[in-house]
Design a protein around this ligand. Structure first.
Ligand code: AMP
Length: 456
């Protein structure tokens, strides 16, 4: 999973891209990168870590021009290294020609890589953007395709997810796979355009949201304005439902739906047939807050803030020894027992992946005085890996691929456990056919990834 941002015709575009990336930091914390242009050359900067640590003012001053693209990375493919940072720059005969940033995973990366290698190009890293950039570079330089035709060919050949932007010295392109797995939208204000993975990146800069970059479609901005090239490779639309459940920010519009509203509906459906008696609802912060709120409102049970989250614990937090590793959950969540001592809790979480976090949380809440814990999960059991860019591990590590719901309940120590059904999840979005549910039902619309992924 990653985040993308781009600006075209905006003074000091690099500064605006960084502000957008900052709003999308939740989509990737392992590296950040930016490429800008003033029409004479490409300027770039990359760093491992957070946006605020990578882009200091003095660095941004050197990223000149009124066009720029940027990326935050959450690796699912390829190591955390500078060579895997995006945007990836394609150079030819010693000159930087264009840069590409992409969100999503390709399932036929080995086949695409093979074609590039056979033509004599080298691959330095192991990430999708490099393969996209080199594929397009190969066809535009050696085979003399236009960029648009090279992208069309790529769309024909590539399987999987890519929401991508491409910057040349004069033009900005945005294109998205024909299934439109991962989000990407754009906004316009005065004379400039802004592209982002999530609308929140436009919102914070007060740029009016214009709409999605449509599936399989190529958008090109240059001095003559915007030109849209219609999609040629047509596939059924399959947005990632997990963007609504967990990944996107609740204040974003994703796939034309307000994310917080989808989450509240999930909570309502979880509550609808639930008869369990309880004193309060506690959501695992922050991802489950709106699901918990929806549940509590529907059942008229008080929503209490019985868990406090430390926002500075990153995903990659490494505990120094075994004891702290086992207790690691305490670094991220601390209970406020005053809200629940002697009480029956409805605990709401968005999903269970390996089951380790929730098991520790339940033990912690019980040790702190909860009498009963009724766990409600805002998604169906995750039984299959995602091959399209969500960081879910190999199937063997997914608890629901090995255990039935009752076994999971016993393993994690909940008094009762209910998951949302796929049927109810479908009712939470306005166009349920247009979503991918592969992590729940194993029905993969764009093939399975055979090559090793980073997440194990
Ligand atoms: P676990 O079951 O311990 O592996 O972790 C499950 C928790 O991780 C859920 O409650 C989610 O909030 C969160 N989560 C779900 N999917 C992801 C993901 N792809 N990357 C990081 N965290 C996730």
């Amino acid at each position: 999973m990653c985040g993308i941002a781009a600006f075209f015709k905006r003074d000091n575009a690099a500064f605006s891209v960084v502000e957008s990336l900052f709003a999308e930091q939740h989509r990737g914390q392992d590296s950040a990168g930016l490429v800008s242009t003033d029409g004479t050359r490409l300027y770039s900067h990359f760093g491992l870590g957070l946006v605020k640590d990578t882009f200091k003012e003095e660095i941004l001053q050197n990223l000149k021009g009124e066009r720029a693209i940027g990326h935050v990375r959450y690796p699912t493919q390829g190591r955390v290294s500078l060579s895997n940072c995006q945007p990836h720059i394609f150079s030819f005969n010693g000159e930087d020609i264009f840069a590409v940033a992409s969100n999503g995973d390709l399932t036929n990366l080995p086949e695409l890589s093979e074609e590039i290698l056979q033509e004599g190009l080298k691959l330095e890293g192991e990430n999708d953007a490099e393969v996209i950039a080199k594929f397009l570079g190969l066809y535009t330089t050696k085979k003399k395709f236009s960029i648009v035709d090279a992208i069309y060919l790529f769309m024909e050949k590539a399987m999987g997810a890519y929401s991508a932007v491409l910057l040349t010295k004069n033009e900005l392109f945005a294109f998205r796979d024909p299934w439109a797995f991962r989000p990407m939208c754009y906004g316009m204000k005065e004379n400039f355009v802004s592209i982002a993975s999530e609308s929140v990146a436009l919102d914070i800069l007060r740029i009016p949201y214009y709409g999605e970059i449509e599936a399989g479609t190529i958008y090109r901005w240059n001095d003559s304005g915007l030109k849209i090239f219609e999609r040629k490779t047509v596939k059924p639309i399959k947005h990632c439902i997990f963007e609504h459940i967990y990944f996107s920010r609740p204040d974003s519009i994703v796939f034309n739906e307000k994310v917080f509203e989808v989450r509240k509906k999930i909570g309502c459906f979880l509550a609808e047939k639930d008869k369990v008696v309880a004193d309060c609802v506690i959501a695992v912060p922050d991802s489950s807050n709106y699901i918990g709120l929806g549940y509590a409102e529907k059942r008229g049970i008080p929503f209490v803030l019985g868990l406090v989250r430390n926002h500075y614990v990153g995903r990659t937090f490494i505990a120094p020894d075994q004891i702290t590793r086992d207790e690691g959950v305490r670094f991220k969540f601390n209970p406020l027992p005053s809200f629940f001592v002697g009480k029956k809790i409805i605990l709401v979480d968005d999903s269970i992946v390996r089951g380790t976090t929730i098991k520790k949380l339940i033990r912690m809440l019980k040790e702190n005085g909860a009498t009963e814990i009724h766990l409600r999960i805002g998604s169906p059991p995750i039984r299959h890996s995602c091959f399209y860019g969500v960081d879910t591990p190999n199937k063997e590590k997914l608890i629901a691929s090995k255990m039935e719901v009752e076994e999971i309940r016993q393993f994690i120590g909940a008094d009762t456990l209910n998951y949302l059904s796929i049927e109810d999840l479908r009712k939470c979005v306005s166009t349920p056919e247009d979503y991918c549910y592969a992590c729940f039902n194993g029905d993969y619309p764009a093939g399975e990834k055979k090559h090793p992924s980073l997440v194990s």
